[in-house]
Ligand binder design. Structure first.
Ligand code: Z5A
Length: 216
């Protein structure tokens, strides 16, 4: 069995990554590419435990680099226990957030030195690089409104949702900068599109970039 392909979805809060992950996995399955969806932080029991701590804000006081170390610890376990074995077994993996989230949230917004973060990334992923990254581009006011609408009554905002609009605007630009710097890996999609149209645009990108000839 050949190696599966690794697709990551990136973008701001409420951009529609989880919704798109499900739609793409269904299409890939129909096209004969069994696909597993997963997410970061999390995706494995140990990484999910770290997720709880980070999103509750327990690492915030230690600073951006400590948070980057925690995301990296979670990522190492996620790669070792799920991503690499799944790809090696011939299945595809779609991951909701991956290295670009660390580059943007901890690197750009947290102002961690680029070289240091690049070194941390290299030892963390140990060569498990996405074949394709879809960046869902959306005005953060729209994304935050979607996230707020989804929140249950009394539910608190998480560590990152609580940041300012200026923070979310900067991260949108940081994603666009990554896409401009790595056009071979990244495709920017208009996340204002309704879910069906966004899935269609993403499917087209998969066909073009990963040379699959989808039957579905
Ligand atoms: N983080 C980090 O700092 N460093 C790292 O290395 C990593 C992560 C890996 C994880 O948050 C946080 O961790 C994240 C960055 C940080 N913080 N933030 N912000 P999370 O996993 O809890 O949240 P998220 O990744 O931002 O996902 P989300 O809020 O669940 O959004 P989403 O997956 O992109 O969207 P969705 O769940 O598919 O849709 C949101 C709502 O919009 C929902 O009601 C949908 O029905 C609706 N929706 C979805 N698609 C559409 C379209 N196309 N049109 C209209 N409405 C839509």
């Amino acid at each position: 069995m050949g190696k599966g392909r690794f697709i990551t979805l990136e973008g701001g809060e409420g951009a529609g990554k989880s919704t798109l992950a499900r739609a793409l996995a269904a299409r890939l399955g129909e096209a004969g590419c069994p696909t597993r969806t997963t997410r970061e932080p999390g995706g494995s029991p140990k990484a999910e435990a770290i997720r709880e701590m980070i999103l509750a804000g327990q690492a915030k006081d230690y600073g951006a680099f400590a948070e980057a170390l925690m995301f990296s610890a979670a990522r190492i376990d996620h790669i070792d226990s799920l991503i690499r074995p799944t790809l090696d077994g011939g299945e595809w993996v779609i991951c909701d957030r991956f290295i670009d989230s660390t580059r943007v949230y901890q690197g750009v917004l947290g102002q961690i030195d680029r070289t240091l973060l690049a070194e941390l990334e290299a030892v963390t992923i140990a060569g498990v690089m996405p074949d394709l990254t879809l960046i869902l581009d959306l005005d953060p006011e729209i994304g935050l409104a979607r996230a707020a609408k989804r929140r249950r009554p009394g539910e608190a905002v998480d560590r990152f949702e609580g940041e300012t609009l200026a923070f979310h605007r900067k991260l949108r630009q940081a994603y666009l900068d990554i896409a401009a710097g790595e056009p071979g890996r990244c495709v920017v999609l208009d996340a204002t599109l309704p879910p069906d149209e966004l899935a269609e645009a993403a499917w087209k990108a998969l066909g073009e970039r990963l040379q699959i000839r989808p039957e579905a």
